[in-house]
Write a protein that binds this ligand. Sequence first.
Ligand SMILES: *Cc1c(COP(=O)(O)O)cnc(C)c1O
Length: 923
Amino acid sequence: MLKTLGVGHIDQLISQTIPEDILSKEPLNITQPKGLSEYDFSQHIKELGKNNTVFKNFIGLGYHDTLMPAVIRRNIFENPGWYTAYTPYQSEISQGRLEALLNFQTMIAEFTGMEIANASLLDESTAVSEAMTMFFNSRNAKQKEANRRKFFVSEDVLPQTIAVLKTKAEPLEIEIVIGDDRQVDLEDGFFGAVMQYPEKFGAIKDLSTFVDVAKIYDVKVCVSADLLALAILKPPGDFGVDVVVGSSQRFGIPIGFGGPHAAFLATKEEYKRFIPGRIIGISKDANGDIALRMALQTREQHIKRDKATSNICTAQVLLAVMAGMYAVYHGFDGIQKIAKGIHLKTAKLNNVFEKMGIQQLNKIFFDTLLIKVNSEKVKSLAEIYSYNFNYIDDSTISISLNETTTHEDVTHIIQIFSKAEDKKYKEVDNDSVHINPHLLRKDDILTQDVFKKYHSETEMMRYIKSLEKKDLALNHSMIPLGSCTMKLNAASEMLPLGYSNWTDIHPFAPSNQWEGYRQLISDLENCLAEITGFSATSVQPNSGAQGEYTGLRVIQKYHLSRGENHRNICLIPESAHGTNPASATMSGMKVVVVKTTMKGEIDIQDLRQKANLHSKNLSSLMITYPSTYGVFEDNIKEVTKIIHDHKGQVYMDGANMNAQVGLTNPFIIGADVCHLNLHKTFAIPHGGGGPGVGPICVATHLAEFLPSHPLVKTGGAKGLEAISAAPFGSPLVCLISYGYIKMLGNEGLKASTETAILNANYIKQRLSEHYPILYSNANGRVAHEMIIDCRGFKKNGIEVIDIAKRLIDYGFHAPTVSFPVIGTLMIEPTESESKEELDRFCDALINIKSEIEYNPEIIKNAPHSLKILTSNDWGYSYSREAAAYPLPYLKTHKFWTPVSRIDDAYGDRNLMCTCPSVEDFQS
Ligand SMILES: *Cc1c(COP(=O)(O)O)cnc(C)c1O
């Protein structure tokens, strides 16, 4: 490959690619030079895991022990066919995960009693904050005129949610009012409110009193609900609330020290244009058959940019898929049985306590009791059984039961309290439901076929397989998505995700139980700081966009600390990813767009001018490096200097870090803060659109502003209250990035970057005779990705999307379409692909080029589903063979698309976002 590029050594290629003045002088020195072997790593991570102590968790507060059905574990959680898939933008080859997500949406809508649900959000706390901003932005003219800016938060809402709300409200000048919902005067300038159901310590209240008053004053109500409790409780929708959010963790997802878990947001039809995140909808394909795709708001930030009201991009798709499958497997009856079982055990515990004369404060409850006892005594006894309770203060404890709680556990808990209080107990058999009849759920939900048919393992296994087969993931062929870095997610990195001393740790457990996590996270944070050249890291943000928001807020805190609160201008190049301007606006900044030159570089004249113009109010520049055009711009140091000269800060979007690791870094180029996408550069699988981890790394002067957490001290002294629900975001998947770094070692990390750059330049070399390559540096080199221009084919009647669809017939997922330049494809091969695979991909694109010239119809009709290929009336000018097997390699690499081209516009005109029932098909 080097020879093809006319260079003798990889160093020569790198020096032609990366500007001399930013190459690292020192080699990486963060771990062993060679890295651990797979065997050594597996031993190491097991040893480290022993520093975590697994207790049974009765802490609750949004996290519960669960049972992941083995059929879901083996066929989804541990299956690259599911976890290596990309976000389902190419809907024709994503029908499997789209169906799984439609199941999730249906399940959420029905459990919450709402009309429509998304799939999905990052965690319960950020979901509440999304609801808050959704209400704020959908205020009517009168409310805006009256400047209604107050958001009421019941004091019974989870503490981590309150902290996230405070963080998010501040820059939008929303006033958070925390209090007793029975006393608040909603007439006084409120636009919205949130209640917890059941409350944080388990009490259940009839929501109707509050909701009815809120309606009178046109205050919108969000309820943060426990999904499992809704199996037996009257759903919030029946009280007339506007939004229901929550976490789906209890549906078979491990706690994992706080994440990743999928949150949900369900609402009424009237809000459908305001819903953050992705929504799967039903449409049809070219044959008129039902087909699924992501609905309109899918690319909200890319279309609306600084007008966008949410920056959610990567969400928690794999976890949403799994939670939806939990509902498919158990059905409503099964889940109700689980919920009832938990409730009856809780009721029994309550009855015994009552008989013993122990005070229990929750009159109505689902799974949680609030008990007045001597906490110290209980604590020392509970430790003997390895039980974690929630010790609220010296005399108050809450205990939350869950799916894993056995009758034996209940007996143990009784014994603990009996001993602590020195009171005798009597077993009671007569346990009955402890919820007032009018608060019980009475309807029958999940009546659709899909929730009825797959309750045996055989059927379930085959259903999951039938969906998997419809999807093209990395286990079939390369997914050359520019900016998204779809690299190998090595099995050796993934295996520890199933180990119980990593999965079963509660985020609010005593710190001596998670010493292993503490070591792993602190080691990973240090490695990432070294890799970026910075001094401190926070892994709390749950996605890249969340990292952007966090980094920008850190910058604002810094300006504030210097008495420069007025600095609120954020310069962003026009080529930026849509989340950049969206995050800046959400941080309370004004976005000023900087032009790009014809060569694809930031327009330095324009930058200088705008920095001058806004000098006094300049907050920051947000820049992606290498640029979103896939080039290491020569003048980057000059760019960052201009910003610093005006006392601004430089935020580097680290999505392209795969071109930097070990060769250069954000600190060298002059940035002050960056986020990393661990689900791109550091090998966390994309999961069909999440999980994600978007840590931020900062220079010394910003470290004190890193996000903290109300229950576990993290971050800096003057830090943001919290960015995520969990103190360390999604720690379970941090194991993957940790393994990636440990097994590659210093040398392997650098070699990966070099290989990624080599692979990209090799593709460029092969394609440049056939397609215009939009940008490269003065030496003709691209970084780790490149843009090929397809606008010239309009004269042949071919749009870029046609090429993307034809690639499916060739067994490939399309590169990134129309980002950052409309009408182009952005190709990023990563270091994980062999020369054979790169050649197959180039051969495909080269062959497509000749089809564009000689046979454009074959491209227009793509992709060719089996239904089209086997139809009787084949009316096309080309053969079936040419359609299905245009190149010889397809004899062994064919992927059959389950549907033909999908009509996006049809689906947006007829938005339908839950599983169809029989009537829908008839109408
Ligand atoms: C992927 C990406 C983001 C957003 O990251 P998410 O994890 O999806 O939120 C931001 N900027 C760029 C350039 C990206 O490629």
